[in-house]
Design a protein around this ligand. Structure first.
Ligand code: PLP
Length: 460
């Protein structure tokens, strides 16, 4: 299973000469060659030239059905004509006014209309920035500093939440973290209310933050009942409950995971879909909490009276133009119907391929998510009635999955014309029945390549 220089590896190396050339050039100026850790691939990443709808093309002329989906931001697919038109029109009217503009108001109004917790909205430039701001708002509102996050729950690359991302959790996930800052962050196991209750007892916790669909984009689900319990416990403790909806927002339903699960947090962070595929982010929240951003608040004893927030490109006109069009589509609920149906069919067909080839693995996910698990039989749980991994499945059992899926399977799938990101994929409203059929066939061919080299686990 640790074999690296396999035939798939060699085929990969030979198939993409232009990508290999660009990667070599990049290596002279970009330290890790890629520009996001999730895009790293041995022996080299692929370089894309263009994309449309559910497909994209690389610089060697190969075509892919794309489930990397702009890291989940392209809910309508690549270059949706309405978004292209809106962005082109805005481009001619200027890209930054150093002042406010009408579209930012419309954009915020749409978020308020769609998202249950959002009485007020503040724009940022990324999901990570939204998390940074939400934590600052929570601390400003409560006057407390401590934060609770959960093992495996991902919130971007902000130092304060950038740990316990992979088993073993005690090990720092990156060099360069400031231990002093980490002292105010408590990491707890997910899906167990007792440790949260205990941690909240001191009355010193500013915020509890989590991915409401479950860790790693919903790979490890949370129970609806747990979300409800978190809501009750945080409300009792005067702690701000933050749903990080950077992935689930506008995807699980027009109002995100909070509408889908029927649990309303105090604050929500957004990125990805909110900007219609352009760089952006937002924090939405309860009026009483968001008030800490307002001007004219007087601080006590020489302390600032408000939470400040800057950012050159906050609510920039291009992202606003794309974001408004995206959210108008989201508001109809139609992209969800289509993407969810397509994803359910695709998950079923891919699981059928696993059955047929006797490969130990699962394809699962909520709504339009596609999660891929390839693990030995004793580490591959039966799926729940909702088609998910059981929420109490031991997290350490999943430790090796990312490695297997994002190296061996990723290379084999690319050779067969399909792209996923890490161990998941995002189905968009642009994917259709032909994509589903061809993806299932490509998945079969990719697994056959891996089986031939003993790179996947058999069930028996
Ligand atoms: C749940 C979650 N929060 C935050 C982030 C960070 O967003 P960004 O990459 O836009 O900074 C991500 C990114 O994937 C995410 O999945």
């Amino acid at each position: 299973m640790t074999k690296v220089r396999s035939t798939v590896y060699e085929s990969f190396r030979q198939r993409f000469p232009e990508s290999a050339r660009l990667a070599a050039e990049a290596g002279q100026v970009v330290p890790r060659v890629v520009t996001h850790d999730a895009r790293h691939l041995d022996p080299f990443p692929l370089y894309m030239s263009h994309a449309l709808g559910s497909h994209k093309w690389d610089v060697d002329g190969n075509e892919y059905i794309d489930y990397a989906g702009g890291h989940g931001s392209l809910f309508l697919g690549h270059s949706h004509p309405d978004i292209v038109r809106a962005v082109q029109a805005q481009m001619e009217r200027g890209t930054h006014y150093g002042f406010s503009h009408e579209r930012e108001v419309r954009w915020a109004e749409l978020i308020v209309r769609l998202v249950p917790c959002a009485d007020r909205v503040e724009f940022t430039m990324s999901g990570t920035e939204s998390v940074m701001l939400a934590l600052r708002i929570a601390r400003g509102y409560t006057g407390r500093t401590k934060i609770i996050k959960f093992q495996e729950h991902f919130h971007g690359w902000y130092d304060q939440v950038c740990h316990a991302l992979a088993y073993p959790y005690e090990q720092p996930s990156t060099l360069g973290l400031d231990d002093g800052q980490l002292a105010s962050v408590a990491v707890l196991p997910p899906n167990r209310i007792a440790p949260v209750r205990e941690a909240l007892e001191g009355g010193d916790v500013a915020a509890v933050i989590l991915e409401p669909g479950g860790a790693r984009g919903g790979f490890l689900p949370v129970d609806r009942e747990y979300l409800q319990q978190l809501r009750e416990e945080t409300a009792k403790a005067g702690t701000v409950l933050i749903f990080d909806e950077v992935i689930t927002g506008f995807r699980y339903s027009p109002g995100g995971a909070q509408q889908y699960f029927g649990v309303t947090p105090d604050l929500s962070t957004f990125g990805k879909i909110v900007g219609g595929g352009l760089p952006s982010g937002a924090v939405g929240g309860r009026a009483e909490v968001m008030e800490v951003l307002e001007y004219g608040r007087l601080g006590e004893k020489g302390r600032p009276g408000r939470v400040s927030h800057t950012g050159t490109f906050n609510a920039n006109p291009l992202a606003a133009a794309a974001g408004v069009v995206m959210l108008e589509h989201v508001a109809t609920g139609l992209p969800h119907q289509r993407a969810n149906q397509t994803a359910a069919t695709l998950r079923g067909k891919m699981n059928g391929v696993l059955d047929e080839l006797d490969v130990s693995g699962r394809v699962f996910g909520d709504c339009s998510m596609l999660h891929l698990l390839l693990a030995p039989p004793d580490r591959c749980p039966p799926l729940t009635a909702e088609g998910l991994i059981p929420s109490d499945w031991p997290l350490e059992y999943l430790a090796d999955n990312k490695g297997v899926v994002s190296t061996h399977l990723k290379r084999a799938l690319l050779l067969e014309g399909v792209d996923v990101l890490s161990d998941h994929g995002w189905v968009s409203a642009a994917h259709d029945e032909d994509d589903v059929e061809e993806t299932a066939r490509a998945f079969r061919r990719a697994l056959q390549r891996l089986l031939a080299e003993d790179l996947v686990f058999l069930r028996s």
